[in-house]
Write a protein that binds this ligand. Structure first.
Ligand SMILES: [Zn+2]
Length: 363
């Protein structure tokens, strides 16, 4: 197996607005921490891809319809306006709350069967859409959220035009964002936006293969009832105490028409290359026949990553990319990956694998 070779010809879709999102940390267990979803992640990946010979292309700007194809209007409007409302309400200046953070959540326990209303107070509104306290919004967040979605949508457009593989350097990531809610450092679901664009353009079925170390609960929720987009994920077992805690179990397999169109393979903490690659292979076998693949490319399964206990090497990510590349044309979308020192190497290795798999598929 070779992980060498140039990435020449592989379009990397990127916009500098993705750096404007500065969540200034996260509130975890009631304390503000520095957080790991930082702009340096994107610049490290961009540097590695450029050094490997990839071609950087700008995204096309898409209208709201591309977002509303997978998200509720309320969520999109909230993300677009809450920072302006927050500052107009004086929260940073008068109360020292320099980022948008929810504090009350309309859980089933609170509502007791009553429908949720949109609360009057600005500070009560984030909890209607944001399901955790880690996913803050500040100046520049909406510009980055839109740019990331545009990058993913553009990678899909490149496939529609006949490109065999493309990569969207999305920041913030997206796979924890569902139809009507955000969390897990994700705001809009970039991978789902790409998958839906491919379906709308005529791809018969689309497979989303999610190799981020965490379950992509948002992507699963968006396609859970559908029999046109397969969602397959390998991730650290939520039953072992890992985010997103409530979703990502093996018995979640889709519902209604979508029964059998979701496949979760949870792995024990500490799992390394062999079992991880076996799981990726199982997802790819199930995805065979799809006309396009969206690869939710989180590299936080890396051994050095601070956010997950999986122990996967860059060589295994290369092999995973090759397995995915053999299925169909691939739009890879950046998800997590928080070890800034190594994530560029992992992304490059995976994309080289994708190119190798595509070459074999067309040979
Ligand atoms: Zn992750």
């Amino acid at each position: 197996m070779s992980t060498e070779g140039s990435l020449s010809g592989l379009p990397v879709v990127w916009h500098e607005d993705c750096l404007r999102h500065d969540p200034a940390g996260e509130v975890w267990l009631g304390q503000r921490d520095a957080g790991t979803e930082v702009p340096a992640r994107a610049t490290a990946i961009l540097r590695a891809l450029t050094a490997a010979g990839a071609t950087v292309v700008p995204p096309q700007v898409h209208d709201r319809d591309a977002l509303l194809a997978v998200h509720d209007q309320g969520l999109v409007d909230h993300l677009a306006t809450i920072w302006a409302d927050w500052t107009a309400g004086g929260y940073p200046r008068e109360y020292g709350r320099d980022r948008v953070v929810p504090y009350v959540f309309p859980t089933p326990a609170l509502l007791a069967g009553m429908p949720p209303r949109v609360p009057a107070a600005t500070h009560a509104q984030p909890g209607l859409y944001c399901y955790d306290t880690m996913t803050l919004i500040g100046p520049g967040s909406w510009e980055a959220i839109q740019a990331a979605a545009d990058c993913a949508r553009t990678a899909a457009a490149l496939l529609i035009e006949g490109t065999s593989a493309a990569y969207a350097l999305c920041r913030p990531p997206g796979h924890h964002a569902g139809p009507a809610g955000y969390g897990g450092s994700c705001y809009l679901n970039n991978a789902a936006i790409a998958a839906q664009a491919l379906r709308t353009a005529g791809a018969g079925t689309v497979a989303v293969i999610d190799i981020d170390a965490h379950h992509g609960n948002g992507t699963q929720s968006i396609f859970y009832n559908r029999a046109d987009v397969f969602y397959g994920s390998v991730h650290v077992d939520p039953a072992a105490g890992w985010f997103p805690h409530y979703l990502g179990f093996a018995d979640e397999t889709g519902s209604g028409a979508g029964r059998g169109w979701t496949r979760n393979i949870p792995l024990a903490p500490g799992t390394g290359d062999d079992a991880w690659l076996t799981a990726v292979g199982q997802l790819c076998a199930r995805a065979r026949g799809a006309e396009a693949v969206v690869l939710s490319l989180g590299v936080d399964a890396a051994a050095a990553d601070p956010e997950s206990p999986l122990q996967v090497t860059a060589a295994a990510y290369h092999q995973a990319g090759e397995l995915v590349g053999r299925i169909a044309p691939v739009a890879a979308v950046q998800e997590g990956g928080y070890d800034v020192a190594s994530l560029g190497e992992y992304v490059v290795a995976t994309l080289r694998g994708v190119q190798s798999g595509r070459a074999r598929a067309s040979a």
